[in-house]
Design a protein around this ligand. Sequence first.
Ligand code: NAP
Length: 291
Amino acid sequence: MIAILGATGTIGNALVRRLSALGLPVRALSREPGKLRERLSDLDLTSIEIHTADANDSAFMLSALQGAKQLFLALSNSPNQVALETSIIRTAVQAGIEHIVKISSPVYDPRSPVAVAGWHGEIELALAESGMSYTILRPYAFMQNLLRLTPTISAQDMFFGCIGDAPCNFIDCRDIADVAAAALTNPEVAGRIYTLTGARTFTYPEIAEQLSSLLGRPIRFIHLSPEQLRSDLIEHGHMPSWLADHVVEIQTMSTVIREQPTDTVERILGRAPRTLEAFLQEHAVHFQPRR
Ligand SMILES: NC(=O)c1ccc[n+]([C@@H]2O[C@H](COP(=O)([O-])OP(=O)(O)OC[C@H]3O[C@@H](n4cnc5c(N)ncnc54)[C@H](OP(=O)(O)O)[C@@H]3O)[C@@H](O)[C@H]2O)c1
């Protein structure tokens, strides 16, 4: 039995679908099982157990993990992510979980200037010290993040960032889920650390060009200073300050450390990663004008 924490999440949901398509028994976990059931309503749920699980409650988590042998762990970012994920790892040991596949980030140094990367570094250390076997997936930016740009693109034909024309790795979360499924089902893939990207990098001005030709209207990328972007995200995007800091830190990091693609997805899956062009085409409707 494979337990999936974060089954309503971007990667977790795709993973439930992948494992269920393979006919494997899955226990999908959520704080809101009703929401999860609705998200999976197009699937045959006979091989999927739906359980309530809240990482804030270890006793509850222990009963949700009992009987499972493997755990997929992708928790949304929050200032208490380290406390929550390290508590889940301790509970997983108690529950008899034998292998964890954890979603981390490409920068994972606990001393990193990107706070979230530092959190992942601390969690990776806790996993290494747990004595359990584990696989760590370090994906670069999700293509699905680009859907967060839809409000300003739809309303103003523009999107904002402080990343200039730095090359950026993007990966479709469905490819991350496919790699996670491989790590959960193939002992030759499990037990390692993988950095995951798409096949090539893109700059934000290149994404603007792609959107312009796809949507048939000019879409512009506007470069802001980190301070301007941060205050925009808080004032107009209504982001909490820690999340605005994260967006700014991660984009600033991309301007300092040049990103390069890896061939890990292709090596593990035996096929090329999904492309940004295909992702934008599939989601073009979300970028249409709403004025
Ligand atoms: N976005 C990126 O570009 C990027 C790049 C690299 C790494 N990452 C990492 O990817 C991870 C997020 O992955 P994702 O986007 O697939 O996840 P996500 O969509 O943010 O969802 C993660 C899930 O966490 C669950 N969750 C949150 N708090 C919980 C709690 N207290 N107890 C139990 N479940 C809880 C939520 O499920 P319920 O609400 O159903 O309970 C949610 O579905 C983060 O750690 C992030 O740092 C992101």
